[in-house]
Design a protein around this ligand. Sequence first.
Ligand SMILES: CC(=O)SCCNC(=O)CCNC(=O)[C@H](O)C(C)(C)COP(=O)(O)OP(=O)(O)OC[C@H]1O[C@@H](n2cnc3c(N)ncnc32)[C@H](O)[C@@H]1OP(=O)(O)O
Ligand SMILES: CC(C)C(=O)C(=O)O
Length: 554
Amino acid sequence: MKNAEKYARGYYMPPKKCMKWAEKDYIDHAPIWCSVDLRDGNQALIIPMSLEEKLEFFQKLVDIGFKEIEIGFPAASETEYEFCRTLIEKNLIPDDVTIQVLTQSREHIIKKTFEAIDGAKHAVVHLYNSTSVAQREQVFRKSKEEIIKIATTGAELCKEYKKKANGHITFEYSPESFTGTEPEFAAEICNAVIDIWEPDADNKVIINLPVTVEMSLPHVYAQQVEYMCETLHNRENVIISLHPHNDRGTGIADTELGLLAGGDRVEGTCFGNGERTGNVDVVTLALNMYTHGVEPNLDFTDLPSLIELYERVTRMKVYDRQPYSGALVYAAFSGSHQDAIAKGMKWRDEKHDQHWTCPYLPIDPHDVGREYEGDVIRINSQSGKGGIGFIMEQQYGYDMPKAMRENFGYKVKDISDKAHKELSRSEVHQIFKDTYLNITSPVDIVEAHYTQKADELIGAKVKAVINGKEVECSADGNGRLDAVANALTTEIGMEINVDTYTEHALERKTTSEACSYVGINVGGSIFWGVGRHSDIIVSSVKALVSAINNAMKK
Ligand SMILES: CC(=O)SCCNC(=O)CCNC(=O)[C@H](O)C(C)(C)COP(=O)(O)OP(=O)(O)OC[C@H]1O[C@@H](n2cnc3c(N)ncnc32)[C@H](O)[C@@H]1OP(=O)(O)O
Ligand SMILES: CC(C)C(=O)C(=O)O
């Protein structure tokens, strides 16, 4: 980049330091939420939503718990107007939900807006005009006084139309392009509007401070918000609303610091859809609060169904790494993360801790409709024994000895590395079965008979098939497994020492099978085998034979 001198900071600091917000370290209660999906989100889409799509999205927003929903700009198009009328005439707005409509400060647009909301029980009429230096100079080519006049004329008109309206109407005013406006001027124009609207405890007004274009660090916006909170007239009857966009990628930080600075209300969209880089993502905001133990008053327990609807009606995609919502945000591929998550889950099961503290997972995936199976531990060449062992245990019931987990882990990652792809759980299971389970070639045992001998020895008489040839052999050992291993040693010409033996029951729906794991030491190397059978002795011998077969393949 060779042209930095082309740019200069386009924001203005308040005339005094406003840093009280910095003393707080978290947001201790949910703000008033207002969804602007159907207006700011919709106006930024390649193909704006149809009437049916808007109706479906509106219903979902209601289900999630939004009590204020900006449904559009009714003067903008026939669809916008019809949508508003349909909601009202078909009685689709619950009594505790307020619709909000946006209007420019132009008489014919205000008039049409009031016509659109006729019959609504509650509505917010949202009036805006641009106040930034750039807009004043370049777009409107007007003085500060003339810009104030646009706002006050609109405010007066709204007041007049309200007198004739039959529902409960709340006013909202936005000094649009607030972030490029001198804070003193923003306060002056907002105060002029507040003075006209004369809010009181029963008729509060909303002053919305939009980050129309994000142009500063988040703490600058926080200072601007705090300054406005301290400077606005009739503050106790003014609801301070925040409406951040995300041009610098810090819309969430703007909103969170803005709330610390005195914001009461947040306008945003699901997944951050909206003009350019989008509006602030309310899902992230709400779940950030939730993970601090604060009830957000929005219910995202079925996030997958919201994503499905959103992607269908907006024709946008939720990014794979979108906080809380993306397809990959719970996935751990890498070994050390998987190991820590698997241990964290186990710890949680054992301790029944009240709080969620699992490493690497800032939220319990179940709380937002995601699954541990499939969503969390995923296998590729970066994976390790901890995660792979976790899948084998959780999903398939195999509790491998620790050393065998390592052996299997390397086997799986090697296959993934060479195939250069992620492996599904069933593929991992198949590798396990092919590698270790009841392996019968080149050695298979057809029959085995055991006798209890003196000195606590066990004798084994074995009929086996080795490389396709039937043989009979026998030996003693200090247990059945040892005896069989000794019997086979002479026939296969390989010294076998049983190094590890573990077993457990494998519960199935109606029966229970025994599962045995045997590690044998052959010439200093360990080879593993697994046996499954309804009989524990047979299962252990099958594990031994599987291990021998693995050793013979080397
Ligand atoms: C930051 C935001 O997201 S603000 C919301 C933006 N959303 C939208 O604009 C979507 C819906 N808008 C529309 O459909 C159209 O713009 C309409 C129907 C509202 C108006 O349409 P038109 O009058 O044909 O066009 P347009 O919006 O270009 O009008 C621009 C004129 O309005 C003036 N104007 C723009 N905003 C405002 C405002 N808030 N208050 C008063 N006048 C305004 C401009 O200065 C310009 O004036 P000029 O004609 O004297 O030059
Ligand atoms: C109308 C206003 C609130 C707006 O959408 C913005 O400034 O981004």
